[in-house]
Design a protein around this ligand. Structure first.
Ligand code: 5GP
Ligand code: ZN
Length: 142
């Protein structure tokens, strides 16, 4: 619980929300400023800012819930697809410092873009640099 966290105040009932799913580890509710009909947020009940801060059980619960709820959200609003994603860290656009995943329903012709449209720069990376990056990620993930 963090006193100055809006999602913690949804979790403690102080701020109302349209809850769509709840279990011991997560709460899912409609986004108050939706990007589309049915835009849903999934948050761990414990306050953690970044994915990297989450204990394994909470991380598994958040991602499992995103995967399971996405088709339900899509069906409920009769969407044609969904974008599922997280803004993890300020540089990535995270505004609420409590881990949350977005399920954003998408509709044919809605004018939106793919996840690839979030970042418009396309670095031209030579093969040896790609090899170095891949090795670095493998090393960091060990
Ligand atoms: P972020 O940019 O941090 O990934 O997204 C935060 C999201 O939380 C935004 O989409 C915003 O509309 C949503 N949000 C912020 N405050 C509230 C609130 O009080 N209630 C609900 N339901 N959503 C909120
Ligand atoms: Zn919080």
């Amino acid at each position: 619980m963090s006193e100055d966290c809006v999602f913690c105040h949804i979790l403690d009932g102080e701020i109302p929300a349209r809850v769509v799913y709840e279990d011991d580890n997560v709460l899912a509710f409609l986004d108050a400023n939706p990007l589309s009909r049915g835009h849903t947020l999934v948050v761990p009940k414990a306050h953690h800012e970044r994915i990297d801060d989450l204990p394994t059980a909470d991380r598994n619960a958040v991602f499992e819930t995103l995967g399971r709820l996405a088709p339900s959200v899509e069906a409920a609003v009769d969407a044609d697809g969904v974008n599922v994603g997280m803004n993890d860290g300020k540089a990535a656009g995270q505004e609420v410092p409590h881990v949350h995943g977005h399920i954003v329903p998408r509709f044919e012709g809605d004018g939106g873009g793919a996840i690839h449209s979030i970042v418009r720069t396309r670095p031209d990376l030579p093969d040896d640099e790609l090899d170095t990056i891949a090795a670095g990620i493998r090393g960091a993930a060990e």
